[in-house]
Design a protein around this ligand. Structure first.
Ligand code: HPA
Length: 238
């Protein structure tokens, strides 16, 4: 089913590995600043997707939009209609554990959620999605090589950004390191399609440390750039 309702790319336009930031402008930024010979392969609803080369390896980057329904649509279509094998989400998250600091890089092993996404997607209500072990291992290896010390742990994928009920006890009980809004849907799609997925997320704020400083624009850019490089290095060896 190509083109799909949400992607006009042709068969073969996407590389085997797709990096997915939430923001379409970030997708454009990565294509323009980190990829060689990047070609725009999708722009439906402004969800910019590019395919280019990172150190000689073909890699794609396309936005997921925000939230599980949006990530659900794009990851489903990439895995099931475009023969994409690996999707690496590159996003931001809020720390939910005091040991996690602003600017840290999270490797999300499992994505807890209270969303109805799993049930609506034909999975058990309490299905717990997880990252591909292979991609987690590669992420750890790449971080070591680049001298980055990641936080390897579980995250919570929330359906709400504003007005979320207090879940501090829940985060503590399940030892959740950070909250974001897309990983659970990505992991469920990878599970159903028999493909590989990984969440990399830079900590942009903290829900548990009032003293945590929000990043300056410059620090934010640097942390995100480090994460893109980790993701592209993983793509190169996948
Ligand atoms: N909640 C959900 N997603 C996020 C947050 C948050 O506090 N911070 C960054 N992404």
């Amino acid at each position: 089913m190509i083109p799909t309702p949400h992607i006009t790319a042709k068969k073969g336009d996407f590389a085997k590995t797709v990096l997915m930031p939430g923001d379409p402008l970030r997708s454009k930024y990565i294509a323009e600043n980190f990829l060689k010979d990047a070609v725009l392969v999708n722009n439906v609803r402004g969800i910019q997707g590019y395919t280019g080369y990172y150190e000689g390896s073909r890699v794609s980057v396309m936005a997921s939009g925000m939230g599980m329904p949006s990530m659900g649509i794009y990851s489903y279509e990439l895995f099931n209609f475009y023969d994409v094998e690996n999707i690496i989400r590159i996003g931001s998250c809020g720390a939910t554990n005091k040991s996690v600091n602003v600017r840290d890089l999270i490797i999300g092993q499992r994505a807890f959620t209270t969303s109805s996404f799993a049930e609506n997607f034909g999975l058990p209500k309490d299905f717990l999605g997880s990252a591909s072990e292979d991609l987690v291992e590669k992420a750890i290896k790449v971080c070591k090589k680049l001298n980055i010390k990641p936080v390897i742990g579980d995250v919570f994928s929330s359906d709400v950004f504003y007005g979320e009920k207090d879940k501090l006890d829940y985060y503590k009980e399940y030892n959740i390191m950070a909250v974001e809004m897309e990983a659970a849907a990505l992991y469920m799609n990878a599970y159903k399609a028999g493909k590989k997925a990984l969440l990399l997320a830079t900590v942009s704020d903290s829900l548990v440390d009032e003293k945590a400083q929000n990043l300056t624009a410059e620090e934010r850019e640097k942390s995100f750039s480090d994460m893109f490089i980790v993701a592209m290095e993983i793509a190169k060896i996948s």
